[in-house]
Design a protein around this ligand. Structure first.
Ligand code: HEC
Ligand code: HEC
Length: 204
């Protein structure tokens, strides 16, 4: 990691700590983030991630309402090559630390994507058991709105959730911390991943 990025990571760690302290002491009603003016660079992102951070493109995640720190970390990982940036390669390599901070704050303040209206059957009890036994809620929160470096999953595109879980399982994406995501995804069967993705995508 370059000196430039390790300073962002240190700053992020400090922010995450203070955010956690603030979250513990702020009443829930006061937590809705005020709107943030779109940074100019967000126009480039909108081509794929949607105008309000709500993606309509397959395998491309919605970014709206993602926790600030999650977005910042992923952009740093992609800029540094720890996460493969794919089609974002050319864009992400030119992002400054300031761009990354602005983008994190901007997407965090956007209203979340609407829950997917899907007709496919999901056995809620079975999915809940899969998620509860793996403590997904302990990091992603009970309503799956995400926190800190753990992504928002509620309302995310289902095929993207599925792709992400496969990418962790196969080591394509390594994930933060102690490889928590590899550990929880490695024991899931494909049909279970399908069900989890459909369930989370429909969550408001
Ligand atoms: C050409 C299309 C394209 C453009 C332009 C683009 N992205 Fe992406 N972005 C993607 C795709 C596709 C992925 C999923 C990569 C994967 O599967 O790992 C992604 C992933 C991400 C992620 C990870 C989100 C998650 O939930 O895992 C973030 C954050 C992100 N992009 C932010 C941005 C920002 C900010 C910009 C503008 C500076 C941008 N992207 C521009 C296509 C694009
Ligand atoms: C110990 C904390 C922890 C637990 C438990 C956990 N996650 Fe995660 N999850 C994370 C973190 C941190 C990330 C971001 C990792 C990275 O950098 O790629 C993440 C990322 C994800 C992503 C990718 C989201 C995106 O937009 O890129 C999905 C999908 C996901 N988790 C689903 C789950 C599911 C389903 C479970 C339970 C089976 C679970 N997680 C359990 C911490 C956790």
């Amino acid at each position: 990691m370059s000196a430039k990025s390790s300073s962002v990571v240190r700053a992020l760690a400090a922010t995450a700590f203070f955010a956690a302290v603030a979250a513990a002491t702020t009443p829930a009603a006061a937590q809705a983030a005020p709107p943030v003016k779109p940074p100019a660079i967000a126009q480039t992102c909108a081509a794929c991630h949607g105008v309000k951070g709500i993606s309509t493109i397959k395998d491309t995640p919605s970014l709206a309402a993602q926790p600030d720190i999650f977005t910042q970390y992923q952009l740093v990982f992609m800029r540094d090559g720890a996460r493969k940036p794919g089609v974002m390669q050319a864009i992400v390599k030119n992002l400054s630390d300031e761009n990354i901070r602005d983008l994190g704050a901007y997407y965090a303040a956007l209203p979340p994507p609407p829950p997917l209206a899907s007709k496919s059957d999901v056995d809620t009890a079975q999915v809940t058991a899969l998620l509860t036994s793996r403590h997904c809620d302990s990091c992603h929160k009970a309503d799956f709105s995400g926190q800190g470096e753990s992504a928002r999953l509620a309302g995310q595109r289902p095929e993207y959730i599925k792709k992400a879980l496969f990418d962790y399982r196969t080591g394509v994406r390594r994930g933060r911390g102690m490889g928590a995501m590899i550990e929880v995804s490695v024991t899931l069967h494909e049909e279970e991943i399908d069900m989890i993705a459909a369930y989370l995508a429909r969550k408001p």
